[in-house]
Design a protein around this ligand. Structure first.
Ligand code: 9MR
Length: 351
């Protein structure tokens, strides 16, 4: 049975009454009613990915995080390569710190990610493994991590980015060493380790109608027909103002996934403005429009249960390091001032 929307299980409102925004330091001129309260009223989660360095070192970061969001995705702390530097050795220090914080502030944790082709430990990628050994490694990994946080991590990106843009299965240590069935195996093991967790397939460029989203749809359909416990699809939504998404296609894709009986979550949204047209102010307005429209689609859909951005403020974004140019893709600027995109979300959540 598909788990119900996990957001209804917690009373986020009550947690806010105890949250004090200190009067010293910079005032944060955010909405009088934070995003998380409005999202809670609308029955969805609102979250952000969290970077360890900012989390440990910046009190203002933690303050905005707890005040505005009710879902927390560890950006890197739960990846296989971060957790296990040596075979059979795990360090959960960072993940534990984030999860304790989330619990203290009644935030739900979105676990990212159990099976990916990137960020794997060297001991794994440098080794030579038989199929049986690889299966055992993956099973033990999933079992260890999901069991440790059973009942505490409500949602898991079980398999991340397993499909190429042309719709074929992505080459990876898992596909080569185990075969396509690694995907079904991973969902089964995750479900066994925590039967209550909402289990996702997560990918980018799969929200519009294209070859990749068709492949995701067929994958989910097949898994469901086989009785594999998959409950939701994650759309990362790393977007840019230069190529705004086609919202009719997104709606159509949302609808067909809904018809399969799975939820959709926006799992990693950001909107780059680097190569867009216009003044800085115009770019921020174009960015706000995209955030607003995606949130609107999420709110209008029965199956969309969370909206998560990939970073809290612009200076935490992965984009500059990855693309080699500056950008400002998130809801808050580097001084934690809310941007028009934040206002747009507040506005649409109010309606
Ligand atoms: O933002 C993440 C960055 O800090 C890491 O170095 C990188 C590699 O682990 O992963 C980035 O996050 C990715 C996420 O895990 C999967 N979807 C794409 C994200 C951006 O690259």
């Amino acid at each position: 049975m598909m788990p119900t929307r996990v957001y209804e299980k917690h009373n986020f409102e009550s947690s806010l009454s105890g949250l004090k925004i200190s009067s010293c330091g910079k005032q944060i001129p955010t909405s009088p009613v934070p995003l998380r309260s409005l999202a809670q009223r609308r029955g969805i989660g609102i979250g952000t990915a969290v970077k360890m360095q900012a989390f440990y070192s910046d009190a203002q970061y933690r303050k905005v995080l707890a005040h505005e969001f009710n879902v927390l995705t560890p950006e890197n702390a739960l990846k296989f390569g971060r957790l296990s530097l040596k075979r059979d050795r795990y360090s959960f220090k960072d993940a534990d710190a984030l999860i304790a914080f989330a619990e203290k502030h009644q935030m739900q944790v979105h676990g990212h990610t159990l099976v990916w082709y990137r960020n794997l430990p060297e001991w794994l990628t440098q080794g030579r493994w038989s199929r049986a050994e690889l299966i055992a490694i993956l099973q033990q990994h999933i079992d260890k991590v999901v069991s440790r946080y059973r009942g505490r991590i409500a949602v898991w990106d079980v398999v991340n980015e397993a499909i190429e843009n042309d719709g074929s299965l992505r080459d990876s240590i898992w596909l080569r060493g185990i075969g396509p069935e690694y995907i079904a195996m991973a969902f089964r093991w995750a479900h066994k380790a925590d039967p209550q967790a909402l289990l996702l397939y997560n990918d980018y460029r799969s929200e519009e109608m294209n070859r990749k989203s068709e492949a995701v749809y067929q994958l989910v359909r097949t898994l469901k027909q086989q009785g594999i416990p998959i409950h939701a699809v994650g759309w990362q939504m790393h977007k840019g103002i230069k190529e705004p998404p086609d919202f009719q296609q997104i709606k159509a894709n949302m609808q067909r996934l809904n018809n399969l009986g799975v939820e959709v979550q926006i799992t990693e949204m950001d909107v780059g403005i680097y190569s867009g047209q216009g003044t800085y102010t115009e770019k921020l307005a174009a960015q706000a429009d995209i955030y607003r429209d995606v949130m609107t689609i999420c709110l209008e859909s029965e199956s969309c249960s969370a909206f998560i951005t990939w970073g809290l403020a612009d200076h935490h974004s992965w984009r500059p390091a990855f693309f080699g140019h500056p950008d400002a893709p998130l809801l808050f600027d580097k001084r934690y001032q809310p941007k028009p995109a934040y206002e747009a979300l507040i506005d649409v959540l109010h309606k």
